[in-house]
Design a protein around this ligand. Structure first.
Ligand code: NDP
Length: 451
């Protein structure tokens, strides 16, 4: 039998990689994990966590204006962007420390450096060659900035947007996906003049059409100027201001331009192609449902595989990998009924199929909808409405999709996801007693199907 330095080398200490290495070590494997940046990866260091902290920070602006209707007198309040960034940074440093300790306590060797695969069992890092029976690639993705004249020179990505020295007076956000909407909400609430430029008719392609239309109605009231069906043709800089030319002939001047046009798998310099690891069109690693690549000793999990690019999915894939390889269990990560949320203002959440996905599959559906002004908005003076939708299979009564735009929808959707994973029917929803008065109770009181 060949002898290796480790049973498992994991490349990338993000959510998926750390979970896989810790669980593998707990099953007795000798594990090393390689990271070129700070342990924690996209989610903890430059994604979900810092973004959500900024979302919380920004949401107080709306709370403060809502409070006026409830009798509060709030005068002279102000916000310090630099204090928010400093507080966020110190929390991220604390979390990074927790990630380091988790690895240490699990007996996993953390190695700093950029890894290159030099063989099916061999990795080169920091001038050394290390060997392992199995290699797990969990390097995630990186922002994809489009090749538009001036874009690469002047646009920032979400990485830099989380660390700006000052709040931009005006910001242009390019894209209409998760990251674009979340950052638009943050900057607009904190006082930046915020423009969202996207090529589709509505933001969030792939989401339910009614959700897309509803959020497009809400965003302008939250201070975001929408530019649908618009492309950027050129970016220039003049006297410290960016001049962003649009395909409709307009030029917008701004202090910052945030590119949020998707992410790409981080596979460019890993040496995978040379080893015969099959990769897809955008550089994603092709894997089986057990996360194995076309080279049997090499596995891959998380965003680098471009399956469902969400942290909890990477965690699940990493855990299933570790339990299956080292824990004598046969586990598979299910990518079905994965709930997700966009932390825009207002937020959006969903689980299961959109109406179009269901009908495209030939399913005869019944749709239930609710459009209402949340109780808090009555005397706050905010006119924003919340929207909910259930897509139900007419034949089986099973709830196939649930969608919501409105405050707390991410918290609400987690419970709905459990019910739907358990194959709940609309009758099960109807038999559930609501909690009154809440917005969530609407999900169990929608009685009349859309005609
Ligand atoms: P998304 O895929 O969500 O959105 C990309 C946006 O860029 C879309 O509006 C897309 O337009 C636009 N775009 C792509 N190519 C072009 C082009 N050539 N010209 C003009 N516009 C273009 O990517 P994000 O970067 O926002 O997020 C990446 C992923 O990260 C998400 O898909 C999600 O999986 C994950 N994520 C999850 C979060 C969460 O769970 N809360 C938060 C942030 C990220 P079009 O739709 O027309 O193609």
């Amino acid at each position: 039998m060949a002898s290796y330095d480790y049973d498992l080398i994991v490349i990338g200490a993000g959510s998926g990689g750390v979970r896989a290495s810790r669980i593998s070590a707990s099953h007795g494997a000798r594990v090393a994990i390689i990271e070129e940046d700070r342990p924690g990866g996209t989610c903890v260091i430059r994604g979900c966590v810092p973004k959500k902290l900024l979302v919380y920070g920004a949401s107080f602006a709306h709370e403060a204006s809502d409070a006026l209707g409830f009798g509060w007198h709030i005068e002279g309040i102000s916000h310090s962007w630099s204090s928010l960034i400093a507080a966020k940074d110190s929390e991220i440093t604390r979390l990074e420390g927790i990630y380091r300790r988790l690895l240490e306590n699990a007996g996993v060797d953390l190695i700093a450096g950029s890894a290159i695969l030099t063989g099916p069992h061999e990795v080169s890092v920091a001038g050394k060659t290390l060997t392992a029976e199995t290699i797990l690639v969990a390097v995630g993705g990186t922002p994809r900035i489009l090749d538009i004249p001036g874009m690469l020179d002047y646009a920032i990505s979400s990485n830099e947007a989380l660390d700006l020295n000052e709040l931009p007076k005006t910001i242009i956000i390019h894209g209409g996906g998760y990251i674009a909407l979340e950052f638009a909400g943050i900057f607009a609430a904190l006082g930046s003049e915020t423009h969202l430029i996207y090529r589709s008719n509505y933001p969030l392609r792939g989401f339910d059409e009614n959700v897309r239309q509803h959020i497009a109605k809400c965003l302008p009231d939250r201070g975001i100027t929408l530019h649908p069906e618009t492309s950027i043709t050129k970016v220039e800089k003049n006297a410290n201001l960016l001049e962003i030319s649009l395909d409709n002939g307009a030029i917008i001047k701004a202090n910052q331009l945030l590119s949020a046009t998707g992410r790409k798998p981080n596979t460019a310099s890993l040496g995978l192609g040379e080893l015969g690891v099959e990769m897809g069109e955008v550089g994603q690693i092709i894997v089986t449902e057990d996360s194995q690549t076309t080279v049997p000793s090499i596995y891959a999990i998380g965003d680098v595989t471009d399956r469902v690019n969400l942290t909890p999915v990477a965690l699940g894939e990493g855990h299933a990998f570790a339990d299956s390889l080292y824990g004598k269990m046969s586990k598979k990560m299910s990518h079905d009924m994965v709930a997700s949320a966009v932390f825009s203002q207002p937020p959006i959440s969903c689980v299961g199929m959109t109406e179009r996905e269901a009908t495209d599959k030939g399913i005869d559906v019944v749709v239930f909808e609710s459009l209402f002004r949340a109780m808090k908005n009555t005397i706050s003076g905010r006119f924003e409405q919340s929207y909910m939708k259930l897509v139900v299979d007419k034949e089986t009564d099973r709830v196939l999709g649930a969608h919501m735009v409105g405050p707390d929808c991410a918290e609400i959707m987690q419970g709905i996801a459990i019910a739907m994973k358990m194959r709940a029917t609309k009758s099960d929803f109807d038999a559930t007693v609501g909690i009154h008065p809440t917005a969530a109770e609407e999900f169990v009181t929608m009685r009349t199907p859309r005609s």
